[in-house]
Design a binder for this molecule. Structure first.
Ligand SMILES: [Zn+2]
Length: 231
């Protein structure tokens, strides 16, 4: 099986954020159906684990300590149990367990110490200035300012990067809420607010984008170092 693409991982991360924002689920909403289909497509389900007795050993482990094989094993068991216990998958999504496993799978595959492996930083730990950033709905563009620091939120192992938005606003977006696409070399927000990427979502800390009439002119915007660096 070929390795999942960055686009597939991005899709999974968007879906998980969308699910977390809508919990708890009843019935079989389209998000759950989509997630069930996405897991095998990303290679996160292996038939060989369906009746694996080693599953018992995973019970007392925290998700953050599981390796790639153990994550696949656990997700396979989740889907396997769902065939026999109606609503099992949904209840494990409602508890957040499935999302934690998906996040762990993504962390193992594409990140190192919470940072996207494909996005190189310089010797001072800064990222290139002027990289394109896209808002959650992709309708607003930003540029990286080069700033990068550990996410200050407790229990978040992610990193914040500073962004200057075309709205004239500046935010720090956490790796937990954006995805780096190495093909386009863009940072794309996948959850946690249109231009904030704060996870978990904190409505009191969310910066709402200004309406378009309040945005700076293009001429003014291009005087910002992050924007003229991009050309
Ligand atoms: Zn964070």
């Amino acid at each position: 099986m070929t390795a999942p693409t960055h686009a597939q991982w991005e899709q999974l991360r968007r879906l998980i954020h969308a699910i977390d924002a809508r919990l708890p689920f009843a019935g079989a909403p389209p998000e759950l159906v989509a997630l069930r289909h996405m897991l095998p497509a990303l290679g996160l389900v292996g038939r060989e684990f369906a009746t694996d007795p080693r599953d018992q050993t995973l019970r007392d482990r925290t998700v953050g300590t599981l390796d790639a094989v153990e994550v696949r094993q656990a997700l396979t068991r989740v889907l396997h149990h769902d065939q026999f216990i109606a609503g099992k998958f949904r209840s494990l999504v409602n508890s957040g367990a499935v999302q934690r496993l998906c996040r762990r799978a993504h962390a193992i595959a594409l990140t190192d110490d919470g940072w996207p492996i494909a996005l190189a930083v310089d010797d001072d730990g800064r990222i290139p200035i002027g990289m394109v950033v896209r808002s959650l709905g992709s309708g607003i563009e930003g540029r990286t300012t080069g700033g990068r620091r550990r996410c200050p939120h407790a229990h978040c192992g992610g990193w914040d990067v500073s962004v200057a938005w075309e709205t004239g606003q500046d935010t720090r977006i956490c790796t937990e809420g954006w995805h780096f696409d190495p093909v386009s070399r863009e940072l794309r927000i996948v959850g946690g607010g249109e231009i904030t990427a704060r996870v978990p979502v904190d409505p009191s800390a969310e910066v709402l984008p200004l309406p378009r009439p309040k945005w700076p002119t293009r001429e003014l915007l291009l005087t910002h170092p992050a924007w003229w660096a991009a050309g």
